[in-house]
Design a protein around this ligand. Structure first.
Ligand code: GLN
Length: 488
């Protein structure tokens, strides 16, 4: 979908995909400085309304872009061989540690904390030549599905400013949806990448557990935390994920499996005869009718592309709510114990309401006398959930489901439900608990708001998901739609 050069004179560089921007940089049609400045202008214009960013690193970004341009003019296309994202501006969720750049995870406990190191995923992106434009808002410590638990204010949905963008990677999803950056990083423990991707109309990747190193990402629930990219297209996601993924000696749970060339493998994937399971229990959950209709239409598209759709029985996602809640709280109470305000950060009174609530519940589920009734039992059900995926993947290659039960909700609504995060992410929690990958892409609109469909696969078979989604995005144009706000 390369656009003619004239397009660039009438449109804006910030609206390009990673793929298009790389082609333009290689052909020297514009520079990385042009690209970065175009994104910064977009941030300046729209972020006062959207509030996706907690901080913008304009100066260092322009400096890096100048360096990238020098490299491109000296080496030409060669420069991209070892640096596949050279000159491409991106944003990082603020739970990714960034060397010499404040990292708060949107919590006042960490306000002012400047890490002396980069998270491995950031290091890899920077080494690949990508240029960090700033840090994005999230639910504090990634606890939530709206960004409303952020201690620094809510992010607003670019499609409708009276709605939330979803969470916890809401700032990253909103930044990509409003074309302030070409891509962003997210992290998912129980829906935090696919959810906001769905509500903001972008592509969001929850990779297999262990595929992307967790090192340097503020720990939430370490047994399910899965960092991944948010992009404008599935093809861009394949390119960025390849850079972020890989074994990391600093994360013992990172996978030693070789990182495939997702783009190449996805492109050579044929949909003919591919078996896509439709987990019946997912569709038995309470789904908004408009969302259900769009998912049914997406399934028809997969069918028309040659896939065979098969109903599969899986454990109901409703069990995942309890399992996720208990495991997540237990791990949170342990992970957040390190934030004692002695070595770094502020004292524990600075924790927000949601974090305090989760720490207390986790301390309870792990305490003697309750451990067996809650934590140990939840682990047993976790095994059943994993087995349910294993059994489904004996019959089918992929699974299709809605990413969220409804479209984006009103700002403020999350405060009406103490279990908002868990209820909203019910369709993502099972795969998170099982370590299974899933990618959400836009599949239509309901009430003017984007709907997301997700495809899941066996662990480390992301290439198959990409293959299905490249086909899907080749046949549909939902991912090309832009929010009216930014058309102004
Ligand atoms: N809804 C989940 C929660 O509130 C989202 C967490 C996540 O994936 N980071 O815990």
């Amino acid at each position: 979908m390369w656009r003619p050069k004239e397009f660039l004179t009438v449109s804006k560089l910030n609206e390009l995909t990673v793929k298009e921007a790389l082609e333009g940089l290689k052909k020297k049609e514009f520079t990385s400085v042009d690209l970065v400045k175009s994104c910064l202008a977009q941030i300046e214009k729209f972020d006062p309304k959207i509030k996706a960013f907690l901080r913008v690193t304009s100066e260092s970004a322009i400096k890096k872009a100048e360096e990238a341009d020098k490299e491109i003019s000296a080496k030409g296309a060669e420069a991209f061989v070892n640096k596949p994202l050279l000159g491409i501006p991106y944003a990082a969720k603020d739970n990714y540690s960034t060397k010499n750049i404040e990292t708060t995870a949107s919590s006042k406990v960490l306000e002012g904390y400047v890490p002396p190191f980069d998270a491995t995923a950031i290091k890899k992106l920077n080494e690949a030549g990508a240029i960090l434009l700033g840090k994005t808002n999230l639910d504090a410590f990634a606890h939530g599905s709206s960004t409303e638990t952020s201690d620094f204010g809510t992010t607003f949905n670019p499609w409708d400013l009276s709605k939330v963008p979803g969470g916890s990677s809401g700032g990253s999803a909103a930044a990509v949806a409003s074309h302030m950056v070409l891509f962003a990083t997210g992290s998912e423990t129980g829906g935090s990448t696919r959810g906001p991707a769905s509500w903001c109309g972008v592509t969001g990747v929850k990779p297999s557990y262990g595929r992307v190193s967790r090192y340097g990402i503020v720990a939430m629930a370490s047994s399910t935390d899965s960092p991944g990219p948010l992009t404008k297209t599935a093809e861009d996601a394949a390119v960025v994920l390849r850079v972020m993924a890989g074994k990391d000696p600093l994360d013992a749970t990172s996978s030693p499996a070789e990182v495939p060339d997702y783009l190449a493998e996805g492109k050579s994937f044929s949909m003919k005869g591919v078996k896509i399971g439709r987990p019946v229990s997912y569709f038995e959950m309470e789904l908004e009718e408009g969302t259900r209709k769009k998912i049914d239409e997406a399934i028809e598209v997969f069918k028309s592309l040659g896939a065979e759709i098969i109903d599969v029985d899986m454990l109901s996602p409703k069990y995942s709510i309890a399992v996720y809640t208990i495991l997540q709280r237990s791990e949170v109470s342990s992970n957040l114990a390190r934030l004692d305000g002695i070595r770094y950060g502020h004292d524990r009174n600075s924790f927000g309401f949601e974090a305090k609530k989760r720490i207390m519940l986790g301390a309870y589920t792990l305490s003697s006398g309750y451990y067996d009734a809650y934590y140990a039992k939840a682990q047993k059900v976790r095994t059943l959930i994993k087995q349910s995926f294993d059994a489904a993947f004996e019959k089918v290659d992929l699974l299709v489901a809605p990413s969220m039960p409804c479209v984006a909700l009103d700002v403020g609504e999350s405060f009406n439900s103490p279990m908002f995060g868990e209820m909203m992410d019910v369709l993502n929690e099972p795969s998170c608990i099982a370590g299974v990958p899933g990618i959400s892409v836009p599949c239509g609109f309901y009430n003017g708001l984007p709907v997301g469909v997700q495809i899941m696969s066996r662990i480390n078979e992301e290439s198959k998901i990409f293959g299905a989604l490249f086909n899907y995005q080749g046949a549909t144009a939902f991912h090309l739609e832009k929010p009216a706000l930014i058309k102004e």
